[in-house]
Design a protein around this ligand. Structure first.
Ligand code: 5AD
Ligand code: FES
Length: 385
């Protein structure tokens, strides 16, 4: 009885700044009018804190060659049903130029995970070339998996300044269930990688899939708390969608419907916006795979980043992470999905030509530099005495 009295209603919880695990579970379970209230509140808070700008990041899917074998992913090493590709350097540079011309402000270079020196050197060179070709104007985010410490550093020094690496699940046990036990997919290794990336100086982004086999609502609450504790700058998270050529091809008996995964993903976006009002949150493509207006709905619920695919059209059918991935038959110039997104985002202003860095990161940088100044001043004072 006492417990019941302690339980807050959704309308009360969303007015808070700090959220207990129980509160998060209540929000994740919110349905009907309560669910709508949550999405509305998050949208309003976004407008009040970071405004109504949405930033575009042109997504270049550089290669589907992958050393990893994640059980859920369509480009996993063991999938023999796809043609492996590598964009040429010219194609990457052309795609970057397209992003510049379209005033996207930034690109994301994403690829299957490759850890060879040849790959590291190639990316380093491409980053430098894109930076100089764009007169340093194009921001570069990397999404290239777990790498060695020196490789993160080389890429950072070449000019990339944000890195996305999803934790996939913050529950080590669930992480283990989603990945093969082959010595190459360790939760601790993923955490170490995130720490190294942050230390190198990148703005750090992570994320999870929502509605994976064996995941509970408690796990999702833990993921949200993980993002907060890790003090991330950006997040990309979206619904898990089965892929026919993976071990998770068939939904489990107790699997959530795609519609439920979609709704849960929107709630995750909204709750995270309430918890971390000044970070960058992506409206991910997987949302669009379930609902054509999925990304725009996420923007209304608190997201502020959209990643239009600018990979040359003929490669796209081979970068299918999951079934029904949108925009696979289109060239960047005609991509109807992107055109629709621009139209549907009329409530938002698009930050053309801007990097759109995470405000959260900027604030932390300022705090760190003023702290360093105070320490410096104090030390100088000591020296002068
Ligand atoms: N459904 C949804 N997202 C997926 N990803 C990989 N496979 C799937 C899938 N079947 C996501 C992972 C990875 C990102 C590049 O794509 O979260 O980090
Ligand atoms: Fe995906 Fe355009 S390429 S929306």
């Amino acid at each position: 009885m006492h417990y019941l009295c302690d339980m807050l209603a959704v309308a009360e919880i969303i007015e808070q700044k700090l959220f207990s695990r129980d509160n998060l579970v209540t929000l994740l379970r919110a349905e009907g009018a309560d669910g709508l209230l949550l999405l509305k509140k998050a949208g309003e808070l976004k407008l009040q804190t970071i405004g109504n700008k949405v930033y575009f990041r042109g997504l270049i899917e550089l290669s589907n060659v992958c050393e990893k074998d994640c059980l859920y992913c369509g480009i996993r090493r063991s999938n023999k049903n796809i043609e492996r590709y590598n964009l040429t350097d010219e194609e990457v540079l052309e795609a970057a130029q397209f992003a510049s011309l379209e005033q996207y402000g930034s690109i994301v270079i994403q690829s299957g995970e490759v850890t060879s020196e040849r790959f590291a050197a190639r990316i380093e060179r491409l980053i430098s070339q894109i930076k100089s070709a764009s007169g340093n104007k194009l921001g570069i985010t990397l999404s290239l998996g777990e790498q060695r410490k020196d490789v993160y550093k080389r890429w950072f020094e070449a000019g990339a300044h944000r890195y996305l690496l999803r934790i996939e699940s913050s529950n080590p046990e669930l992480y283990r269930q989603l990945h093969p036990e082959d010595g190459h997919h360790r939760y601790e290794q993923r955490l170490d990688a995130l720490n190294l990336i942050r230390k190198t100086g990148y703005q750090i982004g992570t994320g999870v899939m929502i509605g994976t086999p064996m995941q509970t609502v408690q796990d999702l609450a833990s993921d949200l708390l993980f993002f907060k504790d890790f003090d991330i700058d950006m997040v990309g998270m979206g619904p898990f969608i089965e892929h026919d050529d993976t071990p998770f091809r068939v939904p489990a008996d107790d699997a959530l419907s795609l519609a439920d995964r979609f709704n849960l993903s929107l709630k995750m976006v909204a709750i995270l916006r309430l918890m971390m009002p000044d970070i960058n949150i992506a409206a991910t493509t997987a949302l669009q795979a379930i609902d054509p207006l999925g990304r725009e709905k996420a923007v209304k619920a608190g997201a502020n980043i959209i990643m239009p695919n600018i990979t040359p059209g003929r490669y796209r059918k081979n970068y299918l992470l999951y079934n029904n991935k949108p925009c696979t038959g289109e060239e960047p110039e005609q991509c109807s999905g992107c055109m629709d997104a621009r139209l549907a985002l009329t409530d938002s202003e698009i930050g053309y030509g801007e990097w759109g860095d995470s405000l959260h990161f900027k604030k932390r940088e300022n705090e760190n530099s003023s702290f360093a100044r105070i320490v410096n001043d104090a030390l100088q004072g000591v020296g002068n005495e």
